[in-house]
Design a protein around this ligand. Sequence first.
Ligand code: VGL
Ligand code: ZN
Length: 208
Amino acid sequence: MQVRVSDDDLLLIIDVQNDFCASGALAVADGDAVVPVINRLTERFDHVILTQDWHPPGHSSFATSHPGSAAFDVISMSYGQQTLWPDHCIQGAPGADFHPQLATERAELVIRKGFRPAIDSYSAFYENDRRTPTGLAGYLRERGLQRIFLAGLATDFCVYYSAVDARRLGFTTVLIEAGCRAINLAGSLDAARAGMAAAGVQRVNDLG
Ligand code: VGL
Ligand code: ZN
């Protein structure tokens, strides 16, 4: 599909960080493959924003913070169900750096998320209570950016939550499949696809 990108469209690149890529702490299968795709996409947009998963040591989303629990268990937190993860994307650690080949130069903003110890944040827009804002929606509105193209890691967690929240906030939202890879935990990819379709997220394989 051929998509015409306009000068008020945004490319929102989710969490293309070492820990989600090959040999990272929470490696997404084939995660590195998104890098050349995203680098090519970046050249098509006047507006590029990156998100960076950015957890303090001992973050409450880490299984190691919950004795008796294991990575990928799901537990109840005050704000709802939370999947527990291996320690990853710790502030200032190499695993939290962007993939070394990711072209980050043209990004006008980096949104860090997941920095509050007691709550995780998958979405670029809201923390996992689904109501504490990151400020990104206000930024986009002030800048007059209305259509969001999404790529990055992982399709079924941070990309998914970002896409659904973007729709909830009234943005036109387009997922670029070739620029995403999934964790796929217990049917999470199918659930994410269904959730995005129900929310009115458009899907393209690539921009053509
Ligand atoms: C992510 C799990 C934990 C993601 C971040 O970027 O999809 N997944 N933290
Ligand atoms: Zn995380």
